[in-house]
Design a binder for this molecule. Sequence first.
Ligand SMILES: [Zn+2]
Length: 204
Amino acid sequence: MAARKKLYQILENPLVQQVLLDILEDNIEGLDVLSTLIDLGEATDDEISRRLNMKLNTVRKILYKLYDARLVDYNREKEEDINWYTYTWKPTLDKLPWIVKKRAQEMLKKLKEQLAIEEKNMFFYCPRCEIKYIFDEAMDFGFRCPHCGGTLKEYDNSKDIELLKNQIRFIEEELKSSIFHMPSSSLTSKGRKRSRRRVKRTKS
Ligand SMILES: [Zn+2]
């Protein structure tokens, strides 16, 4: 139970949710599938589909995405007599904080590279196509949009810089959360044995 409670705490973290949605390609229903699987401990795609009243095909697509990200695993059993396999799925979330941390660090790296480009360069843009160009590119194009031929205008990128800085700050702040600094074994049932000291219970 303690492990499950900790899992829900992790799933509520905004950075974890952002990374999960990235894995699920913004399909918010995927979070329902994952929490149902945590609730049940293990389940077939059919059980999840019935419980959530979600199309079996949708459930399967979500499970495969989660499987690719190593967040669920399955057992395959052959049904007697008929040539049919049953897949039983279970969550394998002990590495979730680690996966989120790794992805977040990759995101940080990209954002910082982008920020450096934004800060170092002057930009031009085509108001009609809404595409922006670095000064050198714009000059190469003779300050004409290569798509529509319109005149390129000077572009104030201070809002873009601000947005990038906010995203960077958000990720850096969230990465300080304790959930990214605990041993991954504390999420598995085996890991619960490790503590000899009694943990004071807190009402929630
Ligand atoms: Zn254009």
